[in-house]
Design a protein around this ligand. Structure first.
Ligand code: S3P
Length: 449
C-alpha cells in the first residue's frame, strides 16, 4: 500500500489544471449506455477505479465496451431486456455507487447474481436499497451487518426473479437524501409493472433523472419527488453521446487548497456545476474565499464552468440543512477549509458521513487533531476551531478512504514539516492524477518506493 509524503508549501499554488471526469455521471453513462438499444459514446472518461468497476460489471453481462482512445469509450448496449447472466460474482471494488445501482438493476433480472466488494465496501449498509427493493418483490439476501442490527452488507445475492413474475409498483419515502438509493429504485422501476414514486427529504444529485430522461425513459420530477410510469412505454433506452464534465468533487480539493494558501490562485476547467452538487462552492463563498465561476454552457445535459479560487482571509461558517446533500462528498475538504478559517465552523445534519468509505466524522476528527487542529466530534458533524499558525506535521492513516487521503494532503501543505499519509492507493478510485496535479500547481509531494 502506497504512502505519500507531503512537504510544507514553499510557494503559492498557481495555475490552471484539468480534473478527472465526474465519477457519478461516469457510472451512469456506462450503466445506462449498457442498457440502451445501440452504441453510446462516452468522451472525457478518466478511468477512475470506481468507474472501471461499473464498466467491468456491465461487460460481464454482455455490454460491449471498447476503448476508442485514452479518454473515449464506446458502449454497445444489450437493450433493457438483453443482459446475460455473468459467469461469476460481480466485483464492485470500493464503489458503493456501483453496488447500489446494480442492486436495483439486478433485482429485476431473471438470473441470479452475486455482488462483492473490497473490505471497506463490505462494511457499508445495504438495507437502504435492499429494503425498498424487497418491498416491490425483489429477492435479495445480504450478509448480516457486523455492527448495525437489522442491516445487511455485501456480498449481496440477488434474484432470480421467478419466470413470469415482475417487480410491482412502489411508492417510497426515503429517510435519507441519497442519489444511490434513488437511482437503484428508478432502475428497478424501468422493469416494474406499475408506477414508481420516490420522495427524498431534500434533493440529492439528479444525474440519473437527467440522463434517463434524455434517453427516453418515462419519468418526471417535481422537486424532491421523481415518478416513473412505464405504462405505454416501449422499454427502449436511446443510446447517448456524452462528454462527461469534470468532477466538482475532485475540483473541490484544489479550490480549497488555493483558498487556504497565501498568494495562491488556481483555475479548474470544464467542471460540472449541476446545482445538486455545488454546495461546496456556496460554502467557499460564504466563508470568504475568492471565487469566480464562469459558465461555459452545457456538456451531456449538465452545466459546466471554469472555476477560479484564490486566497483571502477566511471566516468560520455554518454548514447544515439542505446544503449538506449537495456537498456530501466535500465535507472532509470543508473541514480543511474550516481548519484555516478564523473562528469556529460548525457542521451539522451530516450523519450520512458515518457510512461513507470510512466514518468520515470520526476519521476527520482524528486527522484534524493529528495536525493540531482543535475540534469536537458530534453525532451529526463536527465543530472545528480554525488555527492560525503552521499545523503540526503529522502521520495520518487514510483508512482506505480517498477523500480523507486527499484532505490530509491539502492540510499537510500547511504543516511545519513533512507529513506522511498512509494507504493512498485509494486515491485512484476517484482522482488517479491527484499527486501530479498538486505538483503541477506547485506542491512538493514524494511517493516513496
Ligand atoms: C453518489 C451519491 C452519493 C455520494 C457518492 C456518489 C452517486 O452517495 O456520496 O459518492 O453517484 O449516486 P449517497 O447517494 O449515498 O448519498
Amino acid at each position: 500500500m502506497t504512502d505519500i509524503v507531503v512537504h510544507p508549501l514553499r510557494r503559492p499554488l498557481t495555475g490552471g489544471v484539468p480534473v478527472p471526469s465526474d465519477k457519478s455521471i461516469g457510472h451512469r453513462a456506462l450503466l445506462f449506455g449498457a442498457l440502451a438499444n445501440g452504441v453510446s459514446r462516452i468522451r472525457g472518461f478518466s478511468r477512475g477505479e470506481d468507474n472501471v468497476s461499473t464498466a467491468r460489471a456491465m461487460a460481464a453481462m454482455g455490454a460491449e465496451i471498447t476503448d476508442v482512445s485514452e479518454t473515449e469509450l464506446s458502449v454497445k448496449g444489450t437493450g433493457l431486456f438483453g443482459l446475460r447472466e455473468p459467469e461469476g460474482p460481480l466485483d464492485c471494488g470500493n464503489s458503493g455507487t456501483t453496488m447500489r445501482l446494480l442492486a436495483g438493476l439486478l433485482a429485476a433480472q431473471p438470473f441470479k447474481t452475486t455482488l462483492i466488494g473490497d473490505e471497506t465496501l463490505c462494511r457499508r449498509p445495504m438495507m437502504r436499497v435492499v429494503g425498498p427493493l424487497r418491498a416491490r418483490g425483489a429477492i435479495i439476501e445480504g450478509k448480516p451487518h457486523p455492527s448495525k442490527a437489522d442491516n445487511v452488507t455485501a456480498p449481496l445475492v440477488i434474484g432470480p426473479l421467478p419466470e413470469g413474475t415482475h417487480l410491482g409498483e412502489l411508492e417510497y419515502e426515503s429517510p435519507v437524501a441519497s442519489a444511490q438509493v434513488k437511482s437503484a429504485i428508478l432502475l428497478s422501476g424501468l422493469y416494474a409493472h406499475g408506477v414508481t414514486r420516490f420522495r427524498e427529504p431534500s434533493l440529492s444529485r439528479d444525474h440519473t433523472e437527467r440522463m434517463l430522461l434524455a434517453m427516453g425513459a418515462p419519468l418526471r420530477t417535481v422537486g424532491p419527488v421523481v415518478e416513473l410510469d412505464p405504462a405505454g412505454w416501449k422499454g427502449v433506452l436511446e443510446p447517448i453521446d456524452v462528454d462527461i464534465p469534470g468532477d466538482v468533487s475532485a475540483a473541490a480539493f484544489l479550490l480549497v487548497a488555493a483558498a487556504i494558501s497565501e498568494g495562491s490562485r488556481v483555475t479548474v476547467r470544464g467542471v460540472g456545476t449541476n446545482p445538486t452538487r455545488t454546495g461546496v462552492l456556496e460554502i467557499l463563498r460564504d466563508m470568504g474565499a475568492g471565487l469566480e465561476i464562469v459558465a461555459r454552457g452545457e456538456q451531456g445535459g449538465e452545466p459546466v464552468a471554469e472555476i477560479t479560487a484564490w486566497h483571502t482571509p477566511l471566516r468560520a461558517g455554518r454548514v447544515g440543512g439542505e446544503i449538506v446533500p449537495r456537498a456530501i462528498d466535500e465535507i472532509p475538504i470543508v473541514c480543511a477549509l474550516a481548519a484555516r478559517a478564523e473562528g469556529e465552523t460548525v457542521i451539522t445534519d451530516a450523519e450520512e458521513l458515518r457510512v461513507k468509505e470510512s466514518d468520515r466524522i470520526a476519521t476527520m476528527a482524528v486527522v484534524l487533531r493529528a495536525f493540531g487542529v482543535d475540534c469536537d466530534e458530534r453525532p451529526d458533524g463536527l465543530a472545528i476551531r480554525g488555527q492560525k499558525g503552521a499545523l503540526r506535521p503529522a502521520e495520518v492513516d487514510s483508512k482506505g478512504d480517498h477523500r480523507i487521503a486527499m484532505t490530509a494532503a491539502v492540510l499537510a501543505l500547511h504543516a511545519s514539516g513533512p507529513t506522511r499519509i498512509k494507504d493512498c492507493d485509494c486515491i485512484a478510485t476517484s482522482f488517479p492524477r491527484f499527486v501530479g496535479t498538486l505538483r503541477a500547481l506547485g506542491a512538493e509531494i514524494d511517493v516513496p518506493a
